[in-house]
Every structure is written in structure tokens, then in C-alpha cells.
Design a binder for this molecule. Structure first.
Ligand SMILES: NC(=O)c1ccc[n+]([C@@H]2O[C@H](COP(=O)([O-])OP(=O)(O)OC[C@H]3O[C@@H](n4cnc5c(N)ncnc54)[C@H](O)[C@@H]3O)[C@@H](O)[C@H]2O)c1
Length: 361
């Protein structure tokens, strides 16, 4: 097999990014799209000349789908993911894998039971400055990663929360900045630290979005399994506030870092990516002067690609190749669960007023 019959569920903002990738990748034979909103499904399907459905089970059956991309609101990831696994269909889920650990475990169990592949979108892993950091860490250039931090200062207008009925409510979104925006950075932090968080103390609050129920800000202190330490600030309360950085410090005193989101705030389906991600710290002995070259390369590439779609397409391609080559995808379901476990532990830590040990069974 060198092509996979693909479909999407969720024809909203991210669904259009999925569709564009599936229609253009050589590994994909894009056959169907599903949305509870028939008009959305029909509009997207019409654009790509594929079939439209409002019911996932019917779509999987009638279109002989082999891989499903899920872009529904987070608490609605589990149902189609489990249904697909039960039909022997491989599943790539948007971040976060789910809003709750129970849903994560049900999705993982279904994939295991039916021998299907499971991946979770974390497209910033394909950003070149992030890959550069990972390569340097794997090559041992910072010794062992011992201290890791991310800061995300961002902003959402009240109109953002009104743009879809599920946003900003515990019952329909499962949380705020921790569930929706921070998973990208939580995944990068654990991946670059090459470790999992073993204990977390966290706080969260709604600082200046009184029209929504959920938190707009969270902070946490982390201890990793191998003894490393870390910290998190994730906030949508700072205007204009585009300042999203991941820094990894090593046992030899060297640091590698990236500013993943720069320029104007990017919201998929609502705005463009205005500037490339860039390495902002690089103190590996003998490589201190590399930053200028990295910046030049990354700025030049940015003008040649469509950054909104490019990195999603790279991850979707990896997932389809994982099916074709029968290997795990780069970002696995277990990676996705680790992200959910960490943000759920931050919620619990704040509620219980104590640190929480991971992994939670
Ligand atoms: N990786 C990224 O950068 C990125 C960017 C945006 C969104 N996302 C993720 O994608 C998911 C969707 O976000 P969005 O911004 O596209 O939301 P959206 O509201 O624009 O789209 C969601 C779509 O799902 C449909 N839907 C809802 N329930 C359904 C069901 N039961 N069956 C079929 N369709 C259903 C809705 O009608 C809507 O068209 C979220 O989990 C979000 O975190 C990821």
C-alpha cells in the first residue's frame, strides 16, 4: 500500500487545514468529510469533490475509510476516535487528545484492542528551530536536559469565545487555556526534556475574561522523573501578548530555546501566521554564533511556505507514512495522554491545594 483512503470529521476551522493537506499529499486518497452541520460538510466536500456525511459511522462504512482525522471540539474527540478504531480505521486526533483522562484511556484502549494507529496533532514539533533543538539535545550537546520552561503570553478577545458555541465553557470545552492553547507547548516541553513530569504544583485563574467560565491563565512548577525541574506560564490575559517561548537548559550549562509564536496572534482559521518561529537562545559551546545563520534560514523559508498549512501537512504525512510503513507516528497517543495528564494535574493541584504526582492511573 502506498496510498491511504482518508476522511475528516469536523469541517470547521482546523478541518479546512486537514482537508487541504489530505487533498495535496501523495500518500492520501481523500474520499469523505463529515460534520453534524450538513452545510459545512457539503461546502467542504464540494470544494474537494468528495462525499459529505453527517454521521461518522456511515461515512466510515460507505467510503471504505482507512484513516480518519478528527477536528471536532475536544470533548467530542473520543466518540469518533473509538468508533473509527472499532472499524479498523487509523486515527489522527487534533490536540488535545481529549479533555479528560477517562476519554484518553478509552481512545487508547480502543486503538490497542483493534490494532489501529493513533496519533495526536502537535505540528510545532516540525518547526525547524524546534527540530534543531531536538537534534542538539539528542546529540548530547547540552549534556542532559535538566531545566525546562515555557512561557505563553497571549490574548483572546471576548468575540473569540463567542465565535463558536462550545468555547469558554467547562461542559463543552473542558477548560480554558490549559486545555486549548497550552497542549502545543506542554508537548514540546516534555518531548524536548526527553522526560515526563513526575510531580506538579499548579494554579489557574480567570484574570480578565469575565464573560467566560474557564481559566484564561495558569502557572505551574514541575519536577521531572529524572530529577529535572521546570515551569509553565500559559496565559491569554496579556494584550497584545504574543510571546511564546520554550527554553531547555542542560547539565553542561548550555541552553537551547525557541520563540514558537511571534508577531500578531495566530488563531487557526481566523488569522495568519505573521512571522516565523526562531531560535532565541543557543549557547552550546562553539555554536554561539550560529543564531544569525539560523534566523536567516528560517526567515527565508517562511517566505516560501504557507506556514498555517505546511506544518500540519508534514505531521499528517508522517502519520500516513506510519500506516504505510507500519511504524509508530512521531507523535503517539501516549504522548497525547501525557499532555492531558499534565493539564488535568494542574487543575487538580489548584483544587486540592497540594502538589500532584504523575502518572495518574
Ligand atoms: N493544531 C492546531 O493548531 C489547532 C488549531 C485549531 C483547532 N485545533 C483543534 O481542533 C479542534 C476543533 O477546533 P476548531 O477551531 O476547528 O473548531 P470549529 O468549531 O471551527 O470546528 C469544529 C467542527 O466540528 C463540528 N462538530 C461538532 N460536533 C460534531 C460531531 N459530534 N460530529 C461531527 N462534527 C461535529 C462542528 O459543527 C464544527 O464544524 C479542537 O480540538 C481544537 O483544539 C487545533
Amino acid at each position: 500500500m502506498n496510498r491511504v483512503r482518508t476522511a475528516i470529521v469536523g469541517c470547521g476551522k482546523v478541518g479546512h487545514i486537514h482537508a487541504q493537506a489530505l487533498a495535496s499529499l501523495a500518500e492520501s486518497d481523500f474520499v469523505a468529510a463529515c460534520d453534524v452541520d450538513l452545510q459545512r460538510a457539503v461546502a467542504l466536500a464540494g470544494r474537494y469533490g468528495i462525499r459529505a456525511f453527517t454521521d461518522v459511522a456511515r461515512m466510515l462504512e460507505e467510503s471504505d475509510v482507512q484513516a480518519l482525522l478528527i477536528g471536532t471540539p475536544h470533548p467530542l474527540h473520543a466518540q469518533p476516535a473509538i468508533r473509527a478504531a472499532e472499524s479498523g480505521v487509523h486515527v489522527l486526533v487534533e490536540k488535545p487528545l481529549a479533555a479528560s483522562l477517562q476519554d484518553c484511556d478509552a481512545i487508547l484502549a480502543a486503538a490497542r484492542r483493534h490494532g489501529t494507529k493513533l496519533g495526536v496533532i502537535s505540528q510545532r514539533r516540525w518547526y525547524e528551530p524546534v527540530l534543531r533543538m531536538k537534534d542538539a539535545i539528542v546529540a548530547g550537546k547540552i549534556g542532559r536536559p535538566v531545566l525546562g520552561a515555557f512561557i505563553m503570553y497571549s490574548w483572546r478577545e471576548p468575540s473569540y469565545y463567542l465565535s463558536d458555541p462550545w468555547r469558554g465553557r467547562w461542559s463543552t470545552e473542558g477548560g480554558g487555556v490549559l486545555v486549548n492553547q497550552s497542549p502545543h507547548l506542554v508537548d514540546l516541553l516534555q518531548w524536548l526534556m526527553d522526560d515526563e513530569v513526575a510531580e506538579v504544583s499548579g494554579y489557574w485563574a480567570n484574570l480578565n475574561h469575565p464573560s467566560v467560565e474557564v481559566e484564561d491563565s495558569a502557572v505551574a512548577i514541575l519536577r521531572f522523573r529524572n530529577g529535572g525541574l521546570g515551569s509553565i506560564i500559559a496565559s491569554l490575559s496579556q494584550k497584545p501578548g504574543i510571546y511564546t517561548k520554550v527554553h531547555i537548559h542542560g547539565s553542561n550549562g548550555a541552553t537551547v530555546g525557541v520563540e514558537t509564536d511571534r508577531g500578531a496572534t495566530f488563531i487557526a482559521g481566523m488569522s495568519a501566521i505573521s512571522e516565523p518561529a526562531l531560535n532565541d537562545l543557543w549557547t552550546i559551546p562553539g555554536e554561539e554564533d550560529n543564531l544569525a545563520r539560523f534566523h536567516a534560514e528560517d526567515r527565508a523559508r517562511f517566505h516560501e511556505i504557507d506556514a498555517v498549512n505546511h506544518y500540519h501537512a508534514l505531521q499528517i504525512q508522517d502519520f500516513l507514512r506510519a500506516i504505510i510503513e507500519d511504524r509508530p507516528p512521531l507523535v503517539t497517543g501516549d504522548d497525547g495522554r501525557r499532555v492531558v495528564a499534565l493539564f488535568q494535574a494542574i487543575y487538580e493541584s489548584n483544587r486540592e491545594g497540594k502538589s500532584i504526582k504523575l502518572p495518574v492511573a
